[in-house]
Design a protein around this ligand. Structure first.
Ligand SMILES: Cc1cc2nc3c(=O)[nH]c(=O)nc-3n(C[C@H](O)[C@H](O)[C@H](O)COP(=O)(O)O)c2cc1C
Length: 384
């Protein structure tokens, strides 16, 4: 787990830093907080100290520790420096190299990743000085998380809100993740289950939770993928926060979205449970009767239809018998680079076991681990 140095400044959203600390602590991270003098008007050091279980640092000239140079020791201790919320004032100080308090002085001595989360009134955020300061910081390698749009504390609507705590947590962990196998790569991931309409109110679907696909989205994000397009059907979970998410209903709809986009991507991870059959659609609601026959016909195989596309393709198969033999057959038929053979016991669960086969016949077996762990291991194993 990591050492997180959290800077908190004088913004109305400073109280949300408390939830962020809890998220880090739940993950087992050690958190130390630097609170600006103005920040302490919005949230007390006591709250931050209690949640972080550490002393809260508020002054460059701390009487209790007059022999130490805290701005240096905190910098060396931390794996990452997160400033959330970051006021327009601190952003200006960071950009111009002003070091007149503990937070700004620590920034100057910090040599690893810095993530700042600006939150303020929209006019302050769009002021040319703030825009220029943010541009300078980005150019110097500081990661800036865009604030969200919505209702602001000043009573106005606009861009400037503190983002969801889970998003800051995820982005911090992406920066801390040591690998970057997908840097510069554009990835399409399909997930969830498609559904096929029988009539205006009835559908056929399957029990896919979408968890495997979401794990691949998160693992691609951690591996620094440039862009993730997540094409998903019905899922138990909400879509991933850092991908472009396109909801599709039927297998035909999924196919058309993939066809439109595939040429602009490098990797396709086809983890969706696409319906194998679809009924003939009845425009009128089918009347209740004692019995009726539902005729189903085969849907078009999406991966097969994309056979000749020059993109690295990873398919998924769920086989109840002869797993490897059937998987290998599908890999050849669909011209895949890799196939992930899912155990049917994985369906809807947090954990799972898979066997991955490459087109050259190499095999990777992953047993009973979290689906995110599966996705990380698969990405680590595949060759581009
Ligand atoms: C009620 C109130 C709310 C404020 N909210 C914000 C804010 O959300 N974002 C911001 O950049 N400044 C905000 N400010 C202004 C800062 O507190 C001010 O610029 C201060 O100098 C920031 O100090 P610091 O960067 O040292 O913490 C607010 C001020 C007040 C009085």
């Amino acid at each position: 787990m990591s050492n997180i140095l959290l800077g908190v400044t004088g913004c109305i959203s400073a109280y949300k830093a408390a939830s962020l600390i809890r998220e880090f602590k739940k993950n087992g991270d050690d958190v130390k907080v630097i609170l600006t003098q103005n920040g302490s008007k919005f949230i007390t050091p006591l709250t931050l100290r209690t949640l972080s279980e550490n002393k809260v640092y508020t002054s460059l000239f701390d009487d209790e520790n007059e022999w130490s140079t805290e701005h240096i020791s905190l910098s060396r201790w931390a794996d990452i420096f997160v400033v959330a919320p970051a006021s327009a004032n601190i952003i200006g100080k960071f950009a111009s190299g002003i070091a007149d308090d503990l937070l700004s002085t620590t920034f100057l001595s910090f040599e690893k990743n810095v993530l700042i989360v600006p939150t303020m009134n929209e006019s302050m955020f769009e002021n040319k000085a703030t825009v220029e300061n943010i541009r300078i910081l980005k150019e110097r390698g500081v990661v800036v998380m865009e604030p969200e749009e919505g209702f602001l504390a000043c009573g106005e609507e606009g861009k400037g809100r503190f983002p969801k705590v889970e998003k800051i947590f995820l982005l911090t962990n992406r920066l801390l993740f040591p690998e970057e196998k997908l840097r510069g790569k554009r990835v399409i991931i399909t997930g969830g289950g498609t559904f096929e309409r029988i009539d205006p109110v009835r559908v056929i679907t399957n029990l896919s939770s979408g968890r495997m696909a979401l794990s691949f989205a998160k693992a691609s994000f951690f591996n620094k993928a440039e862009k993730i397009l997540f094409v998903h059907g019905r899922m138990d979970e909400k879509p991933f926060d850092f991908s472009e998410n396109v909801y599709v209903e039927s297998s035909e709809h999924m196919k058309s979205v993939l066809e439109k986009n595939i040429d602009r991507y490098d990797i396709l991870i086809m983890a969706a449970a696409v319906a194998d059959f679809r009924p003939d659609y009845s425009k009128e609601k089918i009347k209740k009767k004692e019995e009726f026959d539902l005729k189903l016909c085969k849907t078009e195989d999406i991966l097969k239809s994309l056979k000749d596309k020059k993109i690295l393709k990873i398919g998924f198969a769920l086989e109840s018998e002869k797993h490897l033999e059937e998987g290998m057959k599908k890999l050849k038929e669909k011209n895949l680079d890799y196939i992930v053979i899912n155990d049917k016991e994985n369906l809807g669960k947090e954990k799972g076991s898979v066997v991955v086969i490459s087109k050259n016949g190499e095999e990777l077996s992953i047993k009973n681990v979290d689906k995110f762990e599966i996705a990380l291991k698969v990405i680590e194993w595949i060759k581009f």
